[in-house]
Design a protein around this ligand. Structure first.
Ligand code: KG4
Ligand code: ZN
Length: 412
């Protein structure tokens, strides 16, 4: 009722032509009325086929997801053609399930938002092709979504976070630090020079043959490492911290992965076991790797916060660090980052775990944010393409390196 009153109040103040346009954007059917604009979000950039319907106040009306993790665990990594086939088999089911759960028909949607960049070409193609079919059939506006922008803005579903804020995105496919100045206004402070931390943890988990352990066989590599690490002693192994001599906000994980590989091979020899069997020191290795990853991420984030504070990008009243992406669900990494935010008078915010990993809700939300701001809504989809590679925002990482900020050491 309150919402209805508010809406009527706004309507009374609008000129007639705007009221007509406003009312046209809703569908009124006997017995069923949606007061708010509705967006269907579709995500297929990697290995999750996901969809959600959301209204403009952030209510999730329905959602569905099909995860390919188990299949890719068995093949030892994502095979793009397999991911494409699985997206093809599931996309229609997932979208129908989402609409059904929402009680919304395609005609009642205000727009369709879909991830078009960056991601695996074959996976992005399936989502885009299916979305364009819907868009053309139901004559709906289309909102192309940048996957990383969507991850970065997800926090605004659950928390009142104003621009600007700092975001750290860490997952299987990405690793970056950026200042979020607006819905599509980002400044990139640093990114991984090679692989992402989730990818590295997945590879280490595979090399440790954790898939053969019943307790970990269905978990993603990162999650398996986090669980195993709880039983280990990180001090039994000492891995060099990546890029410790570079005073910038870039990341690197492939050197660490090679070092871990070497240790595992050496330990296999010492313990006289074949590759594929689980080492007795696997938990210690997991704990040491997790600690090195957490420290590396924390150090770069600490520098990013100091840079932002030095240049006035983060005001003391709104010094917020948002951490998202699959790796952000790791509690050891979160706690390490908490030490950094406490030392720098920042507030650390993480979306709920379900919203940290890839999902349809974040894409629908990006559609809502864009719809509300009138940004990037296409009535004509001619020439729209997916882009497997697409940087996030304006790259100012060189300025960060030139600032050469020394990060004080913190006890982790
Ligand atoms: O965001 P996400 O679902 O997909 C993309 O990569 O975009 O993230 C998946 C990644 C995987 O590499 C997985 O191993 C990692 O996130 N991950 C974790 C944890 N849970 C998932 N890494 C560390 N600790 C976890 N608890
Ligand atoms: Zn992602």
């Amino acid at each position: 009722m309150l919402t209805l009153n508010k809406t009527l109040g706004v309507l009374c103040r609008l000129p007639k032509w705007q009221i007509r346009g406003f009312l046209r954007s809703f569908t009124f059917r006997p017995g069923k009325q949606f007061l708010h604009k509705l967006v269907l979000g579709i995500e297929t950039s990697c290995d999750d086929t996901a969809a959600a319907v959301m209204d403009e106040t952030g209510n999730i009306l329905g959602e569905a997801i099909h995860s390919q993790t188990e299949v890719h665990l068995k093949t030892g990594g994502i095979i793009p053609s397999v991911a494409q086939q699985l997206h093809r088999e599931n996309i229609e089911k997932i979208v129908k399930k989402t609409l059904c759960a929402s009680g919304v028909t395609p005609n009642e949607l205000s727009a369709i938002a879909t991830t078009v960049k960056p991601g695996l070409a074959l996976s992005l193609g399936v989502g885009l092709e299916y979305s364009l079919q819907l868009v053309n059939q139901y004559k709906k506006p289309f909102i192309p979504v940048h996957h990383m922008e969507a991850h970065a803005l997800t926090i605004r579903i659950t928390n009142k976070v104003d621009f600007p804020f700092l975001v750290l995105l860490v997952s299987g496919g990405h690793c970056l630090l950026a200042i979020v100045q607006g819905i599509s206004d980002f400044l990139l402070l640093g990114k991984s020079l090679d692989i992402a931390p989730g990818d590295m943890l997945d590879k280490v988990a595979r090399r440790l043959s954790l898939i053969k352990h019943p307790a970990y066989s269905t978990m993603s590599g990162g999650k398996a490492i986090e669980h195993l690490a709880k039983q280990g002693n990180r001090l039994h192994f000492d891995f060099q911290h990546p890029l410790h001599y570079c005073r910038n906000c870039d990341f690197s994980f492939s050197g660490l992965q090679t070092a871990v590989d070497k240790i595992i091979t050496q330990k296999e020899k010492e313990e006289g076991i074949e590759e594929g069997q689980i080492l007795s020191c696997a938990a210690d290795i997991a704990a040491a790797v997790q600690h090195t990853v957490a420290s590396h991420i924390a150090k770069r984030t600490h520098r990013a916060i100091l840079f932002c504070q030095q240049r006035g990008f983060l005001t003391p009243s709104n010094a917020i660090l948002v951490v998202s992406g699959g790796v952000a669900s790791n509690l050891y990494i979160r706690r390490t980052l908490e030490i950094v935010t406490r030392a720098t008078n920042c507030v650390l915010l993480c979306p709920p775990v379900k919203l940290c990993t890839d999902n349809g809700i974040m894409i629908a939300w990006n559609g809502i944010e864009r719809l509300r701001a009138g940004l990037g809504i296409l009535d004509n989809t001619e020439g729209i393409r997916y882009e497997p590679k697409c940087p996030l925002g304006v790259d100012i990482s060189k300025q960060v390196g030139e600032a050469s900020i020394k990060v004080p050491s913190l006890k982790i």
